[in-house]
Design a protein. Structure first.
Length: 300
């Protein structure tokens, strides 16, 4: 892996664009930036809070999950130091950013009268709607539940599809669109549920979904991307790297020299270029992957 750019404050949500540049959000910096192919970094928008995940929508704008902040982040001797700072929390939201102008608008702050807590990761389906996770809040003496949501870009349609999930994080769709995958951070589990229509999931009874696998060892799962063959690649914390889980539950781990690998995205003509956010050291890494990634529903 090469270093594509550095100096970020808890980078996340990489999005590969058609021109070879990459978008990156910074949870600790409240920014959305674009990294050019030559490594030059330009701020696209100042979003505040804690921008955590991003995806291109059907209109070419970028849609951002903002977890509301609530953390005190700093780089000390080249390593991330992070602590809870509830006074910095501004509430979770879904934001839209016009890439041409940098103008940001807020689409959603609540669902059915309940405030969004900490939106985390996002994926668009072929119909132009988007699934996203709300991670819930971690506080000094308690943890609130999160959930799975589905929304439209018109700012008028949002619904909670799976409430009371422990710590949902990365989210993605299978190549045929049949399965919605999500990673749970604290249990190191990958779940899936069958998609029965736009914003609709088959019932799994009292279970969150169908358990695909539990990653072995001391590890936490973060955000994810899906390969063209259906394997799920998940940023991994504590045992830093990319955890790869196949649809039949087989697990592999690709180590990265960073204890807080938060996400991965695919791009390039053959889909095998990868960009990985190494948040523990504030870097965006660039390399080649042995298999192509799944093309996303929209690009810019």
């Amino acid at each position: 892996m090469d270093v594509a750019a550095s100096g970020f404050l808890l980078p996340e949500g990489p999005v590969a664009l058609a021109d070879g540049s990459v978008l990156v959000v910074e949870v600790g910096g409240g920014r959305l930036s674009r990294v050019a192919a030559n490594g030059a970094v330009a701020v696209v928008a100042h979003l505040g809070g804690g921008p955590n995940g991003a995806a291109i929508g059907p209109d070419g704008a970028v849609y951002v999950c903002n977890n509301g902040g609530g953390y005190d982040c700093a780089m000390v001797d080249g390593r991330l130091r992070i602590a809870l700072a509830p006074e910095r929390y501004v509430g979770g939201s879904i934001q839209r950013v016009d890439l041409a102008t940098g103008v940001a608008t807020t689409l959603y702050t609540d669902c059915d009268g309940e405030r969004l807590l900490a939106p985390n990761d996002i994926v668009f389906d072929a119909d132009g709607g988007f699934w996203f996770t709300d991670h819930g809040l971690s506080e000094a003496h308690r943890k609130t539940y999160g959930g799975l949501y589905y929304a439209h870009v018109d700012s008028d349609h949002i619904r909670c599809v799976r409430p009371r999930l422990l710590s949902p994080n990365g989210i993605g769709l299978s190549p045929d669109g049949r399965w919605l995958y999500w990673a749970d951070t604290l249990t190191a589990r990958l779940w899936r549920a069958e998609v029965t229509g736009p914003g609709r999931l088959a019932s799994d009874g009292a279970m969150p979904g169908e358990l695909v696998a539990t990653a072995p060892g001391h590890i936490m799962l973060d955000s994810l991307a899906v390969e063209a063959d259906g394997a799920v690649c998940i940023g991994s914390i504590a045992r830093g790297g990319i955890t790869v889980i196949t649809p039949d539950g087989a697990c592999d781990h690709v180590p990265i020299d960073d204890p807080m690998v938060t996400n991965i995205c695919f791009g390039g003509e053959d889909g095998r270029n990868v960009w990985i956010t190494a948040a523990g050291t504030g870097r965006l890494l660039r390399g080649r992957w042995p298999r192509p990634g799944l093309p996303l529903a929209f690009n810019a």
